[in-house]
Ligand binder design. Structure first.
Ligand SMILES: Cc1ncc(COP(=O)(O)O)c(C=O)c1O
Length: 451
């Protein structure tokens, strides 16, 4: 076992060492070589060292260098060394981190991390919290608590009786809500299409003047950080109206919530503390390994009411917090350990530096592109940049050439009818030099396509 695990460490270290110099996208040749895996299941065992070597030889070169410093697609962080190392160790522990009495170390680390997270986000210390797989499930989890609470408010027990015959809930979200928020609502039986959508402004921010009537029971979902523009819904204006109507305010802050930890960006997320529940990702801006998301609910009892289970064979009775009392899963890996390690190693100043630095990089991209005469479509207040290279065809050709050239990787989007390239700077590993090198590549390729 020692030799095998040592080999895995060596492979992983040389993989990470090579990320700065290899093409960010895998080459077509590397992807072609993946065909080695298309084989029937062997009849007998294979030496684990050979199994591992297959992965290193054929899979590693065909990965996208998402853990590297110049991947700017989607909203994707790398893995902080502290978080990756903690992930390896926690993997070796292999704890089913559901119940304190069975897995006290990981349950306690998660509890401590929860307290730190509520502190850095400026949310009430008594919030319930769930460590889940990502923002999609974090939205699902928090909205399950919302569904419980608003129906309990009109005398309906949704956990016992389901939704058949329940009073209808008015659910509201902005026109630019993330599609996974609608998916989460659909999974909760609240319907993707019956959500009342609120018109937005040029940055995708919900227009508070366009908020619909809010009969009881109701849930209003606001967004902190639009995936294209980085913009925040004006929660300061929305929350009091929802609360006056005895409704529930939920914040999808998949990455935007982290703005709260950076002095120069915190104003963007002002008022978010007035909501009833929040969802965010740790695998985006905190830079912990996949998969890692977080849900927080002001009234912890509502989250527990939606999620906790008991059984004779489970030692659920405990003075201490049971992680699975708050999550859709019972059996679960101890993903709180990586979050604890990331926060413990960064400290407050390291975390705010990470957020400030990536926002600064985004600003540099925007300034460099604008100076070269390209149109930046969004107000670059956070870590997202949208740039158009004239017409849709040219923009898509620039993106395709950039991805093939390999210096960096950016994706495409259509923002309010305009085809654009997205640059999302979320990785701890990106340096000023990486930004300059990537900007040079983008400008060089765009110049080739200039009309
Ligand atoms: C605002 C928002 N909500 C939800 C999600 C979904 O997050 P995940 O893919 O971690 O489930 C994203 C992903 O980018 C997002 O930007």
């Amino acid at each position: 076992m020692r030799t095998l695990l040592q080999a895995a460490t060596d492979y992983a270290i040389s993989y990470l060492d090579g990320l700065g110099t290899r093409s960010v996208a895998p080459t077509p040749e590397a992807v072609d070589r993946l065909k080695v895996f298309r084989e029937p299941l062997p009849d007998g065992p294979t030496d684990p060292a050979i199994v591992l070597r297959l992965l290193d030889e054929y899979a590693s070169p065909a990965t996208m260098a998402m853990a590297g410093p110049r991947f700017f697609g989607f909203v994707i962080g790398g893995s902080l060394p502290s978080a990756l190392a903690a992930n390896w160790l926690a993997g070796a522990w292999d704890q089913n981190s559901a119940l304190y009495r069975v897995t006290p170390a990981t349950a306690l680390l998660e509890y401590v991390a929860l307290g730190w997270l509520l502190d850095i986000f400026g949310l009430p210390a008594a919030c319930g919290g769930a460590f889940v797989t990502g923002a999609t499930v974090a939205n699902f989890t928090a909205l399950a608590a919302a569904r419980h609470a608003v129906l309990a408010g009109v005398g309906w027990d949704v956990e016992a009786n389901g939704l058949c015959g329940a009073p209808p809930i008015t659910v509201v979200a902005g026109e630019e809500a993330h599609p996974t928020l609608l998916k989460s609502l659909g999974l909760l039986g609240l319907g993707r299409r019956r959500v009342v959508r609120v018109p937005v402004d040029s940055q995708g921010r919900m227009r508070p003047d366009a908020l619909p009537p809010l009969p009881k029971p109701n849930i209003v979902c606001v967004q902190a950080g639009n995936v294209n523009t980085g913009a925040f819904d004006p929660i300061r204006e929305i929350a009091p109206r929802v609360h006056a109507a005895e409704g529930w305010v939920h914040v999808d802050g998949a990455f935007g919530l982290w703005a709260r930890t950076a002095p120069s960006r915190a104003h963007l997320a002002a008022g978010i503390e007035d909501a009833d529940s929040w969802a965010t990702d740790a695998h985006k801006w905190l830079n912990v390994p996949y998969d890692s998301g977080l849900a927080f609910v002001r009234d912890a009892r509502t989250l527990q009411a939606a999620m906790a289970v008991t059984a004779e064979y489970l030692p659920t009775a405990s003075e201490e917090r049971n992680p699975s009392d708050y999550t859709p899963e019972l059996s679960r890996r101890a993903r709180g350990v990586e979050i604890w390690a990331a926060l413990r190693s960064l400290g407050r100043s390291g975390l705010s530096d990470l957020i400030e630095r990536t926002c600064r990089h985004a600003r540099r991209f925007a300034d460099g592109l604008t100076a070269a005469g390209h149109e930046v479509l969004n107000e670059v207040a956070l870590n997202q940049v949208l740039v158009s290279f004239h017409d849709p065809g040219t923009t898509l050709r620039v993106i395709a050439d950039l991805q093939a050239e390999g210096t960096c990787w950016c994706g495409s989007t259509v923002w309010q009818g305009r085809t654009a390239m997205r640059i999302s700077v979320s990785s701890w590993a990106t340096t000023d030099a990486d930004v300059e090198r990537s900007l040079d590549a983008i400008l060089r390729i765009a110049a080739r396509h200039r009309r």
